[in-house]
Design a protein around this ligand. Sequence first.
Ligand SMILES: [Zn+2]
Length: 137
Amino acid sequence: MAESEGLSWPGFRTLARMIGRALILRCPNCGGGPVLKDWFHLREHCPKCGIALERGEESDYYIGGMLLNITLCFIIFAVGFWGVLILTYPRVPWDLLQYGLVAAMIVLPILLYPMSRIVWLAADLAVRPRSERTPEK
Ligand SMILES: [Zn+2]
């Protein structure tokens, strides 16, 4: 793990493992869970390793998670739109695209919200490990 100025860069395997745990809604640090209090809120601490899931940051801490959520939804929108367009050309189902993608853009951000927050937390834990600033229980 390389370190410079308080930040560290984990190896690819460590980062992939942490993000993989986050994608299945588990604690990025230990893989324990559940880490969700409800669909829109994280528990304060991981029930297995005790790491602070709310890292004591400002209320804007999860803006990065929201950015991740929006980016992921945009990618799914673009892939869905162009995929259907290319696969069905010249008989493009415009009504399906119009209504299906609008519905997807309403539902997907909600479905992906907890995953986005935990992936953001995983990325943060990867570059700022818990021993540096994170208050523990
Ligand atoms: Zn944990």
